[in-house]
Design a protein around this ligand. Sequence first.
Ligand code: PLP
Length: 384
Amino acid sequence: MMRVYLDNAATTKIDDQVFEEMLPYFKEHYGNPSSIHSYGRETRSKIEKGRKKIAELLNCSPSELFFTSCGTEGNNTILRGCVKDLGVTDIISSSIEHHCVLHTLEAIEAEGQARIHYVKLNELGHFDLEDIEAKVKSINKAGGKALISLMHSNNEIGTMMSIKKVGKIAEANNALFHSDTVQTLGKFAIDLKEINIDFLTASAHKFHGPKGIGMIYINGDVKIKPFIHGGAQERNMRAGTENMYGIIGLAKAFELSCEKMQENREHILGLKSYMIEKLKKEVPGVSFNGDAEGKSNYIVLNVSFPPFSNKDMMLFNLDIMGVAASSGSACSSGSSIGSHVLKAINADPNRTSIRFSFSKYNTKEEIDFVIEKVKEIYAGELVG
Ligand code: PLP
């Protein structure tokens, strides 16, 4: 049976070249990078080469990059550090952030450590820039210290924020700025000398690297303390023996993603546009959540299907027909609570929303197959 994987915003398949790059570090070069003997020096040197390469590609200093276990840890480190070490009293964020940001903010607020302000957003999921600016100004006026923490691209609906414009607001108003770039690093070019930003977060498994490894950028002008305490790894910023195969894989995956960014983007955007057009033609009443044909991440297409009798079984039916997609973020798709993102943009709860997300490995034939299956579901070949 044909199987089609269209859940690349949840995770991606590791690239063969990334896998090959990692392999020798499991069995041949296994020294602890903190050891001073030749085994340790070998792995230390490989890790630092990777860090240097990533820094070149992001146009920052290697000393501004720190490896973490995942995007979740990265976001926790930054948000907690800003409150604890940088005197942040107020955080401006949004109700459509990933749960690893949202739940951290809720905990920070519940502990009484900072106030959280949620920016206004429109029905496409775009943040209201004037509202961000007004909020920073009013925090400044009250004598507080603001952090703006807003995601670059939403993982469920793909809507993109202008990181440059928000960076300018932060700069003009002396606010710190963090962006969760987990869904965009490796897919969109980011030149850190061109944007005013203090913190970024990345996760390798979103760009054909391994799972369990992430990275944060911390602008050299700001200093936060570690989130995890222990040894002196990551220049005292992230204790624990390095996940060196992970770091090597992340660096290689990032390098490959940047090298082929334009080519991959054209291919994937082609698939997304093809699917939009075909769905419009072949599934009456279909629409899209977010700004699908505007300022949107090219890997994400959130489709809103018109109501039908067995709407809750659509994802299940697609799965048994060989199509892997999702109803939202992977972390919450197992829960019965509806998507907080769709709720925030006032999506119609009577319609069925499915997130299809693409990668360089997908093909037009796969899109044709998926649309055939959707049509079969509508024709009544349903289970449940
Ligand atoms: N931020 C966003 C926008 C994400 O989509 C995800 C994962 O889906 C994360 C953070 C968490 O990353 P990780 O799975 O590496 O913890």
